[in-house]
Structures are given as C-alpha cells and as structure tokens.
Design a protein around this ligand. Structure first.
Ligand SMILES: [Cu+2]
Length: 179
C-alpha cells in the first residue's frame, strides 16, 4: 500500500514538474524560424495582445497567401481595435470611429461601420475581451496594422506587419522591420 501511494505521489510530482517546465518553455522559448504556413484546413495560430497603445508582438509575421487564425486579446484598460488592411481600410475605419465617438463622455456610442465591400479585417474589443478570427493573408499589397479609435494612433498604437517566408530567420524584436 505504502509503495503504491508513494508511486502515485511521485507520478503527481513528475506531472506537475512537467507542466511547469512546459509552461515555462512556452513563455520564454526563443523564437525560431517559422516552421509552417497556415492553410484554410489548418490555419496557423497567431496570438496578439492589445494593450493601452501597443500591439504585442510587433512585427506580426505573415506568409503571403496563408490562412491564419488571429487570437486577439485586449489586455489594456481601454477599448481597442485591431484594424488590418491597406491605407484605404485604415482611413475608412478611422473616419467611422471618429463618427461613432459620442459627443459627451460616457454616452453610448453608435456602432462604427464601413461599407460591407471594404476589405481588411477589424476586430473591436473592450478591456478583457478576446476574439479569434481566421484571415487569409493577401499575396501582395499594402498591409498595415493600427488601432483606429480616435487618438490611439497618436499615442503610438500602430503595429508592424512583416511578410515572411517559411524557414526564414525570425525578426529580432525592436528592430525596424518596414519594407
Ligand atoms: Cu487602441
């Protein structure tokens, strides 16, 4: 009996140690080259955290033509929105958000909207909310990321998007990745 109990305890400890090890690795693992691109059948997960006036990580690395699943969390205190698209998409959401901003603080804003034919991706999240959306990365063309809630771009809430190839070395954080 004693042997069985101690075996169980040992196993439980081993399981705990393994899970701690795994979670530790997941949090701090150095980033290697991108191993695969996503497909419609198996989108590649891309996690993005929005905080007050930053997107993390930046740049976001996408393979032209792949399908990704953005898992977006608003970890900030304010509402934020993830707007991904060309200059026209950014401008459309900027004016929609400006028009939807209530004239007095704390009034309920009308929902911002743009023509349904507009391309791009927009995910609006309040503090603490999260959302997952699949997205097909355009093969070419401009791809910008910004939060178009009034004032947020001025505070620096612009992300960078980098098109990469599978197997290419990762971008070093903090390095300018435009172009
Ligand atoms: Cu924002």
């Amino acid at each position: 009996m004693k042997t069985a109990a101690s075996t169980r305890a040992t196993l439980a400890l081993a399981a705990l140690a393994t899970s701690l090890l795994l979670s530790g690795c997941a949090a701090s693992a150095p980033r290697g080259p991108l191993e695969r691109s996503g497909s419609a059948a198996e989108p590649r997960p891309v996690n993005v955290i929005m905080r007050d006036y930053v997107f993390q990580p930046t740049p976001i690395e996408l393979v032209p033509g792949e399908t990704v699943r953005f898992n977006i969390i608003n970890g900030g205190l304010l509402p934020h929105e993830f707007v991904l698209g060309d200059r026209g998409v950014q401008a459309a959401w900027a004016s929609a958000e400006a028009a939807a901003t209530p004239p007095v603080p704390f009034a309920t804003p009308p929902p911002a909207s743009v023509p349904p034919t507009l391309a791009g991706l927009r995910v609006y999240l309040r503090s603490g909310e999260q959302s997952s959306v699949t997205y097909e990365v355009p093969a070419q063309g401009e791809l910008l990321l910004a939060c178009q809630i009034p004032g947020h771009v001025d505070e620096g809430m612009v992300g960078q998007v980098r098109r990469v190839r599978v197997g290419a070395p990762p971008t070093e954080p903090g390095r300018d990745a435009r172009g």
